[in-house]
Design a protein around this ligand. Structure first.
Ligand code: NDP
Length: 317
């Protein structure tokens, strides 16, 4: 594994981190979830990313992860970076959604109980809440640190201006704010229009989610929609409608470029997000152990020639 420093902090993260959004819920087989976490850790993936609402059912990914910790990994706690988040709807009524102090701090307590932990390494505001003053949301993150329930804090899905406002508050509080978590892949390049520069200026790390575009940037959908894929499952966030003919044509062309590089499309997609120096870690998902092996092997070839980058740009244009 390669470890990269998160911005101007003291925190190293693995170049690949494992997210538990899909395939770790109560609807998924525990044995497979456990095998994936243990295998990832053996490969040096020391960072596991969760959120209060991951499942389904919401909360169950944290319960699954807590069970794996208890059964197998708790003696390795100090070798792991475990994150969770609050920001999307988690429970009924006005206090289970958004960016209020009430929601964030109550949610963090619930997450710690589900995982059986005294603290998380990283606690995020999962999304900006324009109806709550940014000072309130950031003070809640700061409070989590002062209470000893989080070591570092981060933000996710904030645009460049929102990230700057959040950073100004956290800097004034001297909160250990180390990372932003945006979406980034060949199919969603929005963060190239400003956010990456802002994060470099602020000295923040950047962990990018869905670098495989939820599986689109792999060999999964080159021909059809397999029934055991995210788009083939009823509770998957990726909908079959998003795999249009035009999308599939791009996937086939990108797959050919990856093959010419001696990589799988997944490996090329991971190397492509990691080519940017501001990107600290690619936050991948997986549904089976073999995908983790395949994705980690992306690290064997991280460089791109100018011709390869140009060919990729042409496909994406
Ligand atoms: P990816 O884009 O990495 O997609 C993962 C999916 O791609 C897998 O479930 C699998 O699909 C397929 N796949 C993975 N590796 C391979 C491989 N080597 N070969 C072929 N197929 C492969 O990431 P996710 O969308 O899962 O997101 C990753 C993490 O990011 C989440 O778990 C979460 O922690 C975080 N996240 C954060 C968000 C936020 O708002 N902050 C939002 C979304 C995600 P299949 O299941 O079909 O086999």
């Amino acid at each position: 594994m390669i470890y990269r420093r998160s911005g101007r902090s003291g925190l190293d993260l693995p170049a690949l981190s494992l997210g538990l959004w899909h395939n770790f819920g109560s609807v998924d087989p525990y044995d497979v979830a456990r095998a994936m976490v243990l295998h990832a850790f053996e490969l040096g993936i020391t960072h596991f990313d969760l959120a209060n609402n991951y499942g389904p059912v919401p909360g169950s990914a944290e319960s699954t992860f807590g069970r794996i910790l208890r059964d197998d990994l708790i003696s390795h706690r100090d070798e792991m970076i475990i994150s969770t988040k609050a920001g999307y709807r988690m429970w009924a009524g006005p206090y289970g959604d958004g960016g209020s102090r009430k929601y964030l701090l109550a949610s963090l307590d619930q997450s710690l109980r589900r995982m059986g932990l005294e603290y998380v390494d990283l606690f995020y505001s999962h999304r900006p809440d324009p109806t709550t003053p940014v000072e309130e949301t950031m003070l809640a993150l700061d409070q989590a640190v002062r209470q000893g329930k989080a070591l570092y804090v981060g933000i996710s899905n904030y645009d460049p201006a929102q990230a700057q406002s959040a950073a100004a508050v956290l800097r004034s509080l001297r909160t250990p704010f180390v990372i932003h978590q945006p979406r980034y892949s060949m199919f969603d390049r929005r963060i190239e229009d400003g956010l990456l520069d802002v994060l470099a200026d602020l000295g923040l790390g950047c962990i990018v989610f869905s670098p495989l575009a939820q599986g689109l940037l792999t060999d999964r959908y080159v021909r059809d929609i397999p029934s055991d894929s995210r788009a083939g499952k009823p509770h998957g966030f990726l909908k079959p409608e998003s795999i249009t003919d035009a999308r599939r044509a791009q996937i086939v062309k990108l797959n050919a470029i990856a093959t010419a590089r001696g990589q799988s499309l997944a490996q090329m997609a991971i190397a492509w997000v990691l080519r940017h120096p501001t990107v600290t870690s690619a936050l991948i998902g997986a549904s089976r152990v073999s995908q983790i092996d395949n994705s980690v092997a992306a690290l064997d070839r991280l460089t791109f020639s100018a011709d390869e980058l140009h060919a990729i740009d042409q496909v994406l244009a």
